[in-house]
Write a protein that binds this ligand. Structure first.
Ligand code: MLT
Length: 264
């Protein structure tokens, strides 16, 4: 199995996504953690979008009474939205049975860029082991895409990616790593003993603390707290993939839509 880590989306080349590729998206502070909490709380599906125009389009097609809207700009809830981007907001009372359109600065936008990829998983520290268990049986290559911040490197996503790689190395054999995956391993080794301090010190963690979201850092730094494996397919994130997953050996590189999945 080849595992490639990319610290930002623009680093993911078009040739990287093939029929047998499992893509893993990480925005541990906070989008992918919030997605895991929402689905664990009984949300039916989340629809990640890249901009407000897409929010409007989905609201018009679903009907405002039939969906909720969550997300942030500059970390804060957007006017008219039902939720911000704090994982703690996504409780069973608030979200059970709902469809949530989800817009965040980086995480939802990056996920939505993989809409043509054959298999896309949503990872955070909260569901790390579920992602590892799935990938340990995966027969193709693995692309771990960190959301980063506005296409720049982010420490917290890279540490989470490194922890994922570290566990995969213990769970599967014959793993080939790219150099970024090796860097992730080094970062994971440095910070795994105190993830909360890492999150408090990193740039986005500092921004969240200044904005009054310090308690979110604890939820986002908690490892293996949720038994969920969210998949993104057909523009929706659910706990049940709506497409057949590519567990068979590779049959070659894709042409057409799937090959465009990583294009920016
Ligand atoms: C994002 O998608 O950029 C983040 O999840 C921002 C945040 O912490 O709200």
């Amino acid at each position: 199995m080849k595992i490639e880590v990319f610290f930002t989306l623009p680093q993911v080349g078009e040739e990287t996504i093939r029929e047998d590729t499992a893509v893993v998206v990480i925005d541990v502070l906070r989008a992918t953690t919030s997605i895991c909490h929402a689905l664990a709380a009984g949300c039916d599906k989340m629809i990640p979008v890249g901009d407000l125009g897409q929010v409007t389009a989905f609201v018009e097609s679903l009907g405002r009474g039939n969906c909720l809207i969550g997300g942030e700009r500059d970390g804060k809830k957007i006017s008219g939205f039902d939720f911000g981007n704090s994982p703690a907001e996504y409780t069973p009372e608030a979200v059970a049975g709902s469809d949530i359109i989800f817009l965040t600065t980086n995480g939802s936008r990056i996920i939505s860029r993989f809409k043509n990829a054959p298999c896309v998983l949503i990872a955070s520290l909260a569901n790390l082991q579920r992602v590892v268990d799935f990938l340990a049986d995966h027969k193709g290559n693995v692309v771990i895409c960190c959301a980063g911040s506005k296409d720049q490197f982010c420490l917290e996503d890279s540490v989470c990616a490194g922890l994922l790689v570290e566990r995969l190395l213990r769970s599967a054999e014959n793993i080939e790593l790219n150099d970024a995956a090796r860097v992730g391993l080094v970062l994971a080794g440095s910070y795994s003993g105190d993830l909360l301090t890492c999150f408090r010190e990193c740039s986005h963690g500092q921004t969240l603390i200044r904005a009054g979201f310090e308690s979110d850092l604890e939820l986002c730094a908690a490892v293996d707290t949720l038994d969920v494996l969210p998949f993104y397919s057909k523009e929706r994130i659910t706990l049940q993939p709506e497409v057949e997953l590519p567990l068979d050996p590779p049959s070659g590189e894709l042409d057409g839509d799937a090959a465009d999945a990583a294009s920016t």
